[in-house]
Design a protein around this ligand. Structure first.
Ligand SMILES: NC(=O)c1ccc[n+]([C@@H]2O[C@H](COP(=O)([O-])OP(=O)(O)OC[C@H]3O[C@@H](n4cnc5c(N)ncnc54)[C@H](O)[C@@H]3O)[C@@H](O)[C@H]2O)c1
Ligand SMILES: OC[C@H](O)C(O)[C@@H](O)CO
Ligand SMILES: [Zn+2]
Ligand SMILES: [Zn+2]
Length: 386
C-alpha cells in the first residue's frame, strides 16, 4: 500500500497549496452554487470572508475523498479572517480556505487504500505530519512538532470547511455508529483539551482552576470532570459563559472576573470558591492578566498549564512562581488524541453535544462566520453542516 510517507506531503498537498485564482472562483453575492459544487469559505489578507468554488479533487494513491458533513468554526478561523495572522509564523498572505474541526463520509478511495470504503464515517485529523523516519518529531510520536505538518486552514494550507476534501487514509479516525458527525467534528477541540489533561498530569480528586469558558475552556471543563477533578472552579469575563458552564457541569464553581480588579484580588475569590489554593490551572484564554490570576491561585508545588495563546511577549510573576515551586507548561495543538476523544464520546464519559449552539448550511457559511465573530449572538460553537 502507498502511504503518505512514500508519497510525501509536498506531492499530496502542493496542488492545494498553490491553488490560486485560475483554479477557483469567488462566488458573486447571492449566487446559488449547484448542490454538487465544491464550495468552501475562504478568508484573505483584505479581511474578507467569502464563498469560493474549487474543482472537485480526485483521490491519489493513499488518499480518500470525503464529503465533509460537519465543521465547527474555531476562534483561530475567525482570527485569521479578522486579523490576518496568529503570531509571526502563521500569516494570511493570500486567499486561504478555513476550517479544521471536521467529520465526514468516505465517497471515493485512491489506489492502495484498503482500510476505508465508501460510506465509512470518520473524524478528520486536522494536522497531517510528514511521517518520514528522518523526522524526530514524527518518529518519536510528538508529531504536533513536525516542521512539515500540513495543518488545514492554517496558511498556506486550505481548510476542511469545504464540500469535497482529500485526506491521507491513515489520518482519519472511524466514528462508531453512536457518534454523530457533529460530535466527530468536535473531536478536534476535544483533542486540544485532552492533550492538556494528559500533559498537565491531572489526577483524580485534584482541585482544578479553568480560566476562560469559551469552547476550549468548556471542553476542558468536561474533560477535567471526566478525569475526576474536584472541586473545579471556572472563570470568565461574561456571566452568560459561566451560566453555560454551570448548565454543562452543574457541580462547577464559577468566578466572574471583573475588569478593574487585580490578579491577586481575583485569585482571592478563586481560592474562596475552591475551598483553598488549587493544584492545577488549565489556562484557556492566553490573556496575560488571566495567567497571573492562575499563578496566584495555585498551591505550593502547583502547575499552571497554558492552552490559550496570546501576545508574543508576556511578563510572568517570576518570584511568586519561584518561591512557590509553581510549574508553567504549554500546549501546542495535540498528538495521539483523536482515538481517545472518540472513545470518550462513544462511551458516554464526555457529552460534547450541548456545545453546538448554532447550525448553518454550507451555502450560508459566511453568515455562520459573522455569528461566530459577534459576541452579542452568544454562540459557543457554530457548525456548518452539509
Ligand atoms: N494550544 C493550542 O493548541 C490551542 C488550540 C486551540 C485553541 N487555543 C487557544 O485557546 C484559547 C481559548 O480558545 P476558545 O476557542 O475557547 O476562545 P474564546 O475566545 O472563544 O474563549 C476565551 C474565553 O476566555 C474569556 N476570557 C478572556 N479574558 C479573560 C480573563 N482575563 N479571565 C477569564 N476569562 C477570560 C473570554 O470571555 C472567553 O469566553 C484561545 O487563546 C485559543 O487561541 C489553543
Ligand atoms: O485547534 C487547533 C488550533 O486552532 C490551531 O493550532 C490554530 O490555532 C493555528 O493553526
Ligand atoms: Zn482550532
Ligand atoms: Zn514529521
Amino acid at each position: 500500500m502507498t502511504t503518505t510517507a512514500e508519497v510525501g506531503n509536498a506531492e499530496i498537498y502542493s496542488p492545494l497549496k498553490v491553488l490560486k485564482h485560475p483554479d477557483f472562483r469567488v462566488l458573486a453575492a447571492g449566487e446559488k452554487p449547484s448542490s454538487d459544487a465544491n464550495i468552501a469559505a475562504f478568508y484573505n489578507p483584505q479581511h474578507e470572508i467569502h464563498l469560493v468554488e474549487k474543482p472537485k479533487p480526485k483521490p491519489g494513491p493513499g488518499q480518500v475523498l470525503l464529503h465533509v458533513r460537519a465543521t465547527g468554526i474555531c476562534g483561530s478561523d475567525v482570527h485569521f479572517w479578522q486579523h490576518g495572522r496568529i503570531g509571526d509564523s502563521m500569516v494570511v498572505t493570500d486567499e486561504c480556505g478555513s476550517g479544521h474541526e471536521s467529520a465526514g463520509e468516505v465517497v471515493e478511495v485512491g489506489e492502495g487504500v484498503t482500510q476505508w470504503k465508501v460510506g465509512d464515517r470518520v473524524a478528520i485529523e486536522a494536522g497531517v505530519p510528514c511521517s518520514q523516519p528522518a523526522c524526530d518529531a514524527c518518529r518519536t510520536g510528538r508529531y504536533n512538532a513536525c516542521p512539515d505538518v500540513v495543518f488545514f486552514s492554517t496558511p498556506p494550507f486550505h481548510g476542511t470547511l469545504t464540500r469535497w476534501h482529500l485526506h491521507p487514509a491513515q489520518w482519519l479516525h472511524r466514528l462508531p455508529d453512536n457518534v454523530t458527525f457533529e460530535e466527530g467534528s468536535l473531536c478536534e477541540p476535544l483533542a486540544v483539551a485532552l492533550a492538556g489533561i494528559e500533559r498537565s498530569g491531572l489526577r483524580l480528586g485534584d482541585p482544578v482552576l479553568i480560566c476562560g469558558a469559551g469552547p476550549i475552556g468548556l471542553i476542558s471543563l468536561l474533560s477535567a470532570r471526566a478525569a475526576g477533578a474536584e472541586p473545579i472552579v471556572i472563570t470568565d469575563l461574561f456571566q452568560s459563559r459561566l451560566d453555560f458552564a454551570k448548565k454543562l457541569v452543574p457541580g462547577v464553581r464559577t468566578v466572574l472576573i471583573k475588569r478593574g480588579t487585580t490578579s491577586k484580588e481575583q485569585a482571592q475569590e478563586i481560592k474562596a470558591a475552591g475551598d483553598g489554593p488549587l493544584k492545577l490551572a488549565l489556562e484557556c484564554t492566553g490573556v496575560e492578566s488571566s495567567v497571573h490570576t492562575a499563578v496566584h491561585s495555585m498551591q505550593f508545588g502547583g502547575k499552571v498549564f497554558i492552552i490559550g495563546v496570546g501576545k508574543n511577549e508576556q511578563v510572568f510573576p517570576f518570584m511568586h512562581l519561584s518561591a512557590n515551586e509553581i510549574d508553567v507548561s504549554f500546549q501546542y495543538r495535540y498528538a495521539n488524541q483523536y482515538p481517545k476523544a472518540i472513545r470518550l464520546v462513544a462511551g458516554g464519559l464526555i457529552n460534547i453535544k450541548p456545545l453546538v449552539t448554532h447550525r448553518f448550511a454550507l451555502e450560508d457559511a459566511v453568515d455562520a462566520f459573522h455569528v461566530a465573530a459577534d459576541p452579542a449572538q452568544g454562540a459557543i460553537k457554530v457548525q456548518i453542516q452539509d
